[in-house]
Design a protein around this ligand. Structure first.
Ligand code: GLT
Ligand code: MN
Length: 388
């Protein structure tokens, strides 16, 4: 297949955080290795590469401390750029982690004034997001955590977090904004431990909010792997709950510092199954990438192109998987046992319970069934290696 077959189109709904492109290659041990691109230059470069959207923090666009007039001028320029270049601001979020005021949390700071300031900052960002026509609004609690457990009670912290989100849901409703919230879990970094570290914790927390219907989850591959968990399963849990509002795809070696590698650069099988999940289940949100170019890159464009290209190649592999006769025959065999019992547990009744209790199972026969997983997994390996 010619390589242009993997060129992105708007229909792919790819999006990048502009902070990814603005990343200067700084790390805890070394200074920046490339200049920071202005936001508009990032957006133009994405539009030229047929990217559907961009994601932004308030301060990626409007510097902290800008006057109202400066803010309005920036927004006018941005709106014109969006119209001229045909790219959408798909996701907005608030920077609640960079300024030292958030050194011990934003919504979970022990200081009510800081919690109020954080909430106010989000309200301004919500106004900006609504003005630009953004639909998804993310909360990544980068400073919502602790190093010193003696410092605060996690139940109180959860209550402060909940109060802020409930307040902000009411604000969105009262303004008539068509925005949905999406919570992004991460287990640690920059805090020693972050609150609400996994998809499961976010889902449980969302159920305690006043407007759970307004709130979903934004899982990120790297965050999941930092916790040593399986991204395919974590994304699936959010999807199964009807809460997968958007995604942050990238790459990451398990149980390490936040590497923010390109999608598929570290684990092809995992990238394949993530793509398969989103494709097979007709996920309709944006395919957001949240990663950084290597520190050795002079600009972000090879990085941008490779993430989209890998995703499209994986999509083709998914199609091949779904069409491969041998794989499908194996799956038919694996899923084909005892079809007459398939609906056994789908509806409870007293009769059904009695029937189940009276059934006899030949457990040795059930245990003896062949499950050809070596062959199945090898076929996936060969598919990804390009020899199938
Ligand atoms: C930050 C973090 C990301 C979040 C962003 C949203 S910013 O770079 O590492 O995972 O999605 O605030
Ligand atoms: Mn992210």
């Amino acid at each position: 297949m010619p390589s242009s077959a993997y060129a992105p189109t708007k229909a792919d709904k790819f999006a990048f955080g502009i902070w990814c492109l603005q990343n200067r290659g700084r790390d805890p041990f070394g200074d920046q290795t490339r200049p920071e691109l202005p936001a508009l230059e990032c957006i133009r470069g994405l539009a030229e590469r047929l990217c559907y959207g961009f994601e932004f923090h308030d301060n990626d666009i409007v510097p902290l401390g800008a006057s109202a007039a400066q803010r309005d001028q920036i927004v006018r320029d941005l709106k014109k750029a969006i119209d001229d270049w045909g790219i959408r601001p798909t996701m907005a979020t608030t920077n609640l982690f960079y300024h030292p005021v958030f050194k011990d949390g934003a919504f979970t700071s022990t200081d009510p004034a800081i919690r109020a300031y954080a909430t106010q900052k989000v309200m301004h960002c919500l106004d900006l997001a609504a003005e630009l026509g953004t639909e998804v609004f993310v909360f990544w609690g980068g400073r919502e955590g602790v190093e010193v457990d003696a410092s605060k009670d996690p139940v109180s912290a959860a209550g402060w977090f909940r109060d802020a989100l409930n307040f902000l849901c009411e604000y969105v409703l009262s303004q008539g904004y068509g925005l949905k919230f999406s919570l992004e879990p991460k287990p640690n970094e920059p805090r020693g431990d972050l609150y609400l570290p996994t998809v499961g914790s976010m889902l449980a927390f969302i159920a305690t909010l006043d407007h759970p219907e307004m709130v979903g989850v934004n899982p990120e591959t790297a965050h999941i792997k930092m916790a040593g968990l399986n991204p395919y399963h974590e994304f699936a849990q959010a999807l199964d709950a009807g809460k997968l509002l958007d995604v942050h795809l990238n790459g990451q070696k398990p149980l390490r510092f936040d590497q923010d590698l390109s999608f598929g650069s570290d684990d092809l099988k995992e990238a394949f199954f993530t793509t398969k999940l989103l494709t097979d289940h007709r996920y309709e949100g944006t395919i957001g990438f949240d990663a950084h170019p290597y520190r050795t890159e002079a600009d972000p464009w090879d990085f941008v192109e490779r993430n989209m290209r890998t995703y499209k190649i994986m999509k083709e592999k998914v199609q091949k998987f779904n069409e491969c006769r041998e794989i499908q025959d194996l799956l038919k065999e694996i899923h084909g046992a005892n079809p007459e019992l398939g609906g056994m547990l789908t509806k409870y009744s007293v009769d059904q319970a009695r029937k189940l209790k009276e059934m006899n199972f030949d457990v040795n026969a059930l245990a003896a069934r062949r499950l050809p997983y070596e062959r199945l997994d090898q076929l996936v390996t060969e598919l990804l290696l390009g020899v199938l």
